[in-house]
Design a protein around this ligand. Structure first.
Ligand code: C2E
Ligand code: MG
Ligand code: MG
Ligand code: MG
Length: 285
């Protein structure tokens, strides 16, 4: 009996693995189709000056507009996009689309100041030869000045491999006038000292620390440490995932200059974002 039960369990396990594999393959082929057909759109979430609430920039966040399943957020497909390499053509589209959009904002808001757009870039994109040229060309043909673009790269992805080459590319991009941000800072194992001597402008503190800092001393110490080190290194800081006044007030007291989160706005569709800009002040800092 015991042997039979073990066999059934094993079969169930095998079937589970099989189903999972099929699901991933299906997702991969659907994603491949979406890349070819251009079934993506960008939402934009304001990055605000914490003391005033005015927007300084907007983070571009990709969505998959699935023909039958509706709008799908990246947590459901970014991993497969990374593994399959589809993140490379998808990322190229994201960059171009974000720059076209910021070019529109600049036209619409002229002669006033326009916010920058912040684009998430995967390490896979950096590994592809010619990424720096791709960015340079995209800026050139959209007519967007480099100051209107920020690139975000996650701390954990950066530490994996190819570190030196990626840092060299980041330096080049930064010398062109593009802002460089380290995303999800605090989730990797790098120490604060990691931030010294790096070609970066902005540190984005991961939302898990913002969630916890109001109630626990450890995340609070980390956030406060990042803010004061950043100040001494002349880096800017964005706190991610600000959901209520308590988060915002504490961050302002700690001297954190910038923030992002549902308290200010969720990621907004391309038309909503213009309405939001009209309702809320937008400044270039
Ligand atoms: P991220 O770059 O750290 O982006 C922040 C994520 O937090 C976004 O999720 C955003 O919608 C969410 N968020 C913002 N404010 C709040 C808040 O107050 N509370 C909570 N709980 N969440 C908040 P989203 O749009 O689902 O994106 C998830 C991740 O997918 C991003 O994390 C980024 O790593 C990746 N991603 C998004 N778009 C792109 C892209 O175009 N290229 C690449 N390579 N990765 C992307
Ligand atoms: Mg990001
Ligand atoms: Mg982040
Ligand atoms: Mg993230």
């Amino acid at each position: 009996v015991a042997k039979g039960a073990g066999k059934n369990q094993w079969r169930r396990y095998q079937r589970h693995l099989h189903d999972e594999m099929v699901e991933r393959l299906e997702l991969r082929s659907a994603l491949d189709h979406a890349v070819n057909e251009g079934h993506f759109l960008l939402h934009y979430q304001p990055i605000v000056d914490l003391p005033t609430g005015a927007a300084v920039g907007f983070e571009a966040l990709v969505r998959w507009h699935h023909p039958t399943r509706g709008v799908i957020t990246p947590d459901q497909f970014i991993e497969v996009a990374e593994e399959s390499g589809l993140i490379v053509p998808m990322g190229r589209w994201v960059l171009e689309e974000a720059l076209r959009t910021v070019a529109d904002w600049r036209r619409i808001l002229a002669p006033g100041p326009a916010p920058y757009v912040s684009v998430n870039v995967s390490v896979r994109q950096f590994r592809e030869a010619g990424f720096v040229d791709q960015v340079r060309n995209a800026l050139h043909h959209t007519g967007v000045p480099p100051e209107s673009l920020m690139l975000e790269i996650t701390e954990t992805l950066l530490m994996k491999d190819d570190e030196q080459r990626i840092w060299a590319d980041l330096s080049t991009l930064r010398e062109m006038g593009i802002r460089i941000a380290i995303d999800d800072f605090g989730t990797g194992y790098s120490s604060l000292g990691y931030l010294r001597q790096r070609p970066i402008d902005v540190v984005k503190i991961d939302k898990t620390f913002i969630d916890d800092m109001v109630t626990s001393p450890q995340p609070l110490a980390l956030v406060s440490g990042i803010v004061s080190l950043a100040r001494s290194l002349q880096l800017s800081v964005v706190a991610e995932g600000i959901e209520d006044d308590a988060h915002r007030d504490l961050l302002v007291r700690l001297g954190c200059p910038l923030g992002q989160g549902y308290l200010f706005a969720s990621p907004l569709g391309p038309t909503e974002v213009l309405a939001w800009m009209r309702a809320v002040a937008t400044v270039a800092v």
